[in-house]
Design a protein around this ligand. Structure first.
Ligand code: FES
Length: 212
């Protein structure tokens, strides 16, 4: 049974391992295309209501995506991790092909965080418009920040096409969460199992094959 999602922002916390369920992470900036996600500190799940316990234990989470504007990013929690749902603009999608030669794993073939079959495509999603990804760096578990402005960006070069930047050790990711080559992160951002319930509702943590 799935839980209804909440928009959450999380406090910055260091993390020691990318694979210890990656329950500690740094908060993503969440500011995208003029849509600001407030960095309100929410205590980690020390005292949880039954629904929160179920969600933390891994229950699928239903998310209303109908209110995400073009270029907007919504953060929900699933298994104690931030999951980003990003409504990409045509410009964001167009950037994916331009930078493919600069990526470490453009076809998502690496298996540290296996990409579901339905997301093994250029846009790494079921519908090109919506990216659903875990907002935790695959290096050591920090949370990247969105860098959606294009062009000359400090630390990102003169021809940045937009995407995400991990401030801990400098890994860059494109608008599909694909990591640039020669960066510390060993893999693209994780795509969780997910599926559409309607045009405006998805469930994270479950797909046609069952729960994650
Ligand atoms: S944790 Fe992201 S680059 Fe190291």
């Amino acid at each position: 049974m799935s839980q209804t999602s909440q928009d959450l922002s999380f406090p910055a916390q260091p993390s020691s391992s990318a694979k210890s369920e990656r329950r500690t992470w740094l908060i993503a900036c969440g500011a995208a295309g003029g849509v600001a996600a407030a960095a309100t500190a929410v205590p980690l799940l020390t005292s949880m209501a039954p629904a929160e316990k179920a969600r933390s234990a891994g229950a699928p989470v239903e998310v209303d995506i109908g209110d995400i504007p073009p270029g907007g990013l919504k953060t929900v929690e699933w298994r104690g991790k931030p999951v980003w749902i990003v409504r990409r603009t045509p410009e964001m999608l167009a950037s994916l092909e331009k930078i493919e030669g600069q990526l470490a794993d453009p076809k998502s073939d690496r298996t540290a965080f296996p990409t579901p079959t339905y997301a093994k495509n250029r846009h790494r999603s079921i519908k090109p418009e919506f990216l659903v990804t875990v907002g935790i760096c695959t290096h050591l578990g920090c949370s990247p920040v969105s860098k959606f402005d294009t062009g000359n960006q400090p630390g990102l070069g003169t021809d940045w096409q937009g995407g995400y930047f991990c401030p801990c050790h400098g890994s860059n990711f494109d608008h599909a969460g694909r990591v640039y080559a020669n960066k510390p992160a060993p893999d693209n951002l994780e795509i969780p199992r997910h599926m559409y319930l309607s045009d405006t509702r998805i469930v994270v943590g479950k797909d046609e094959k069952g729960e994650a």
